[in-house]
Design a protein around this ligand. Sequence first.
Ligand SMILES: [Zn+2]
Ligand SMILES: [Zn+2]
Length: 414
Amino acid sequence: MDLKALADSVRDCPCGQTHEMGIRMLKVGSGLTDQTGELLKEAGFSGRLLVVGDQNTMRASFGLEAALSGFETRYEIYPDLRVATRTEAERIAALAEEADGLLSVGTGSLNDVCRMAAAWKKKPLALFATAPSMDGFASYSAPITDGSFKTTLPAKQPEVILADTKVLAAAPEVLKGAGFGDMAAKFLALADWKISHLLTGESFCARTAALTEEALRRICRLADRVTARDEETAGEIMEALVLTGVAMGFTKSPRPASGAEHMLSHFWELKKLEKGELSDFHGRKVGVATLLITRVYEQLRGLEKIRAQKEEIDWAGLRAACGSFADEVEALNRPAITEQVAPEALEKAWPEVRKILDELPSAGELEALMRRAGCAVTSAEIGVSPELEALGMAWHPYIRRRMTLMRLRPMLEA
Ligand SMILES: [Zn+2]
Ligand SMILES: [Zn+2]
């Protein structure tokens, strides 16, 4: 992927926003682990390097320690970090104070705590990806769990992203399927973004949306090869995942990559956390959530006409559903975001909404594609009970102040 061409493609963008990219180096190649030290030096890293990983990711990236011999390294290795908490981000930030740069070895939560720490301490950040399991590599923000609530905080886009296709290809199939599930979400993300733009006037960037669409097209073609131990496929998937992260960086919002399905997945995660339970991998949950919501959007697309009314939030129901994070959610919904959409405006815009929904694949097509790519496709597979599934479907739209078609459902008369 040519970073410069990518940055040039959104220069002087007609959407009016200035699109920035903080990534200086992106290398995805076979056997690249051994060159990590040289590549980091080439990218301007020097001196003391704080390396953060866990036992799995360090094992997966065998040879990395030797490759970093030119640095004064300090290793912070977790047994297994599954949740990025504010406490951990603060601990890594304290360690980062003594370093000239950070190297995060792994994906997901390991990247997120480093992204926060590097932002707070203004240190250069490099990621060494060990699996094509999610699309957050190039992201400028990080989902952080703080007490009982999870929120997305502004963080740091890494200067450097490195991935060895030998390591990616050897990653567990379940993680590769998760990466595909996170990409499948983009269909809904783009639809929700367009619908919000249509109804609330939220800014929309066609060029950035086109980047995500391009990544989506590329990855859908690879569905049959996702779980194979194939370096070329793993590399292509990695690039598609990075590309959607770059798109999020351009808009400084999660819109190009995250819609109602991510909110549903976050809701499930919070409810599990409340009981002290860990969730399945991000991309697996998001994939299942994508299918559930695609089915709802498919039904809505079938409605030729709708009647809309002003929303009356059932506060008692909302608070009971949210439990330990009810206060945070109530604050996000006073005033309700649906107040920006008049019922008559929604009725009038419905044909346009349906046109946007026409671009979605059918739930059947999507499920078949996801099965071929090794994704989870049912709630049972990701440890979400029928009760939790239903609770999430009803109340997830309230956990962010973000317009989605799911958020508008209470305005639609049956
Ligand atoms: Zn995601
Ligand atoms: Zn733009």
